[in-house]
Design a protein around this ligand. Structure first.
Ligand code: IDP
Ligand code: MG
Length: 169
């Protein structure tokens, strides 16, 4: 069987950062032998969080979910990573475990470290894309082309005028 090379977006959510789980999570993910092609710490805006979870907008817990991703219950930080390699999406999802941390395999990341809050949000430490279409949408949402060491999707060049940006003083 030929297995395609894929990309997948991983977010270590604010509960994972607050609980100092970054190292544990990255160690678990290294079992996949996939390559990290981009990584950064992000302070998620509301717009980014709503765009990321747009497929959940009709859920009764949507507002709590957005506040959770923005870090209002923990710390306003997320670690965003892109993993690349054969069968990346399934390999990463397998180590993450089921969405509901109480139903997740106890040795999976979510089974070991997740919890359900009294308001009913699943604080499950990690996000991982579920299919190639979702991965492409999410990677383009969280990363610009120059922030990845590969160009997994087509890029174009733009000449920017009237463009302000910060540089080191
Ligand atoms: P996934 O993260 O396993 O792909 P999704 O269905 O895409 O699961 O849900 C996105 C996030 O929304 C979950 O990771 C979890 O934090 C939260 N969530 C999903 N379903 C529920 C639920 O039934 N109750 C509370 N929170 C949920
Ligand atoms: Mg999902």
């Amino acid at each position: 069987m030929i297995v395609a090379e894929q990309q997948t977006l991983v977010l270590i959510k604010p509960d994972g950062l607050k609980k100092s789980l970054t190292g544990n999570v990255l160690t678990r993910l290294s079992e996949t032998k996939l390559t990290i092609i981009g990584a950064k710490i992000v302070k998620p805006t509301r717009d980014l969080s709503v765009a990321h979870y747009s497929h959940m907008k009709d859920k009764p817990f949507f507002e709590e979910l957005i506040r959770y991703l923005m870090g209002e219950f923990h710390t306003p930080r997320v670690m965003a990573l892109v993993y690349h390699g054969e069968d990346a999406i399934e390999k990463v999802r397998g180590i993450c475990g089921s969405t509901n941390p109480e139903e997740a395999d106890p040795v999976s990341i979510r089974g070991a470290y997740g919890r359900i809050t009294t308001k009913g949000v699943y604080e499950n430490v990690i996000h991982a894309s579920t299919n190639e279409e979702e991965a492409e949408r999410e990677i383009k949402l969280w990363f610009k082309p120059g922030e990845l060491i590969l160009e997994p999707y087509p890029v174009k060049e733009e000449v920017a005028s009237n463009y302000r940006r910060k540089v080191w003083a």
